[in-house]
Design a protein around this ligand. Structure first.
Ligand code: NAD
Ligand code: ZN
Length: 380
């Protein structure tokens, strides 16, 4: 790709067609070159810019005029922000609107927003006229380092989150850390938990770097954010390239997530995902230590880093038994026993003797681990 000079590119290659490779451009100010990059990576007659209502004023209008000034024909389609709107009904209204506007197979979608916008607009692109290109322009830290990379798109249903969807890799991802200045500190910290996870599973240097740079990250220092986003994207991209359809190794990205999902469900989704992941990593590190898979002291090291990142390290769990029964129903659980992605130590994932990247942890060990890790006010 002809690089106008801003930032750090990460290339995501795919092993085989029909999935194609793409660039993730990370750079403070990268949004300024958006029209040129979009035209190169996803040439189309017309574009649908899909944006949640709450960022239309913050970033949408500027991006729209920038794209139009760059000579692209763009319609902006707004939807109501928030997870509650990542639904088939909103997918239907967006695709209906595109049909009314007469967008054809020679169109493309640009998703501007957090992970909700990326998943929803990605799914619109995956299904519209049997699939048109999508460019992801993530505006939350979580979307930059996680949702926008890897090609998973979809919507939620009454039965659960992300149950209807498709693999539809983007043609391009543009992550401009300057847009994070309008994000709430809570949202930023939530995304940071996923970066800590990336270091914990695959890169001990990066893990230490996050701990050492936590203050600068939380102060939104632009060069530090560029490094954070590009290092995390590199890690996620490496895993995705090896396992694009989530057949095996991609499970390591679920470290912390089995417990996190149960905590989120138990809290009726009033617990922020990233905060649940922070707590989940502690519990799953404790579980790994408890069954002799994870090096002793790992949970403490994670807790120290989370603390520097101003992420939670303890939690008021309602009941450990209740949490465990929620975990039994987790969609990744086989035969009702939860399977966890575990660490060998910081920076290295564990693999069981049969070659699987997930482990069946006996329920008694898991209960003890949750008690040890989340020493909030448990009601037994
Ligand atoms: N596809 C994947 O691989 C993948 C991976 C992880 C998460 N996800 C999905 O991502 C979603 C969560 O994403 P999220 O945490 O980005 O939440 P989100 O998209 O709901 O964004 C949070 C809120 O912040 C607003 N916002 C976004 N950018 C902003 C900015 N720069 N300034 C001010 N406000 C801004 C959003 O409009 C929204 O109201 C979930 O639906 C999850 O399932 C997908
Ligand atoms: Zn997550």
């Amino acid at each position: 790709m002809n690089d106008p000079g801003v930032g750090l590119n990460v290339r995501v290659d795919m092993p085989a067609p029909p999935m194609h490779g793409y660039d993730v451009v990370v750079g403070a100010g990268a949004l300024d070159g958006l029209a040129t990059r979009v035209r190169q990576a996803a040439p189309a007659e017309r574009y649908a810019l899909i944006v949640p209502g709450d960022i239309v004023g913050l970033h949408g209008a500027r991006v729209l005029s920038q794209l139009r000034d760059g000579g692209l024909v763009v319609d902006m389609l707004e939807f109501a922000a928030g997870e509650a709107h990542k639904t088939r009904a909103v997918w239907a209204s967006l695709t209906d609107r595109m049909l009314e506007l007469g967008l054809g197979r020679d169109s493309a979608v640009i998703a501007l927003g957090g992970g909700v916008a990326g998943d929803l607009a990605g799914f619109v692109a995956a299904t519209y006229m049997r699939g048109i290109p999508v460019v992801q322009v993530p505006t939350t830290l979580l979307a930059m380092i996680d949702a926008a990379v890897g090609g998973k798109t979809g919507v939620d249903t009454e039965a659960g989150k992300n149950l209807v969807g498709s693999f539809h890799p983007p043609r391009l991802v543009i992550a401009d850390p300057l847009v994070l200045r309008t994000l709430s500190p809570d949202e930023l910290r939530g995304g940071l938990a996923e970066a800590v996870k990336h270091g914990a599973i695959l890169d001990a240097d990066y893990f230490a770097w996050i701990a050492g740079n936590a203050a600068a990250i939380l102060e939104l220092d632009a060069p530090v954010l560029e490094e954070l986003v590009s290092r995390s994207v590199r890690i996620k991209a490496d895993v995705v390239m090896e396992d694009p359809l989530e057949a095996g190794r991609r499970a390591v990205l679920n470290f912390g997530h089995t417990v996190a999902h149960a905590l989120e469900l138990q809290a009726g989704y009033r617990l922020r995902h990233g905060y649940a992941v922070a707590l989940g990593m502690l519990a799953e590190a404790a579980a790994g230590e408890g069954c002799g898979v994870t090096e002793g002291g790992t949970m403490e090291r994670i807790a120290e880093t989370l603390h520097r990142c101003e992420l939670p390290t303890s939690h008021d769990i309602g009941s450990v038994d209740g949490l465990l029964s929620i975990m039994r129903l987790d969609k990744k659980a086989r035969r009702t026993r939860p399977r966890l992605a575990l660490l060998e130590r910081i920076g290295v994932c564990a693999r069981d003797p049969a070659g699987s990247w997930t482990f069946e942890v006996p329920e008694a060990d898991l209960t003890a681990a949750v008690r040890r890790a989340l020493h909030g006010g448990e009601v037994v």
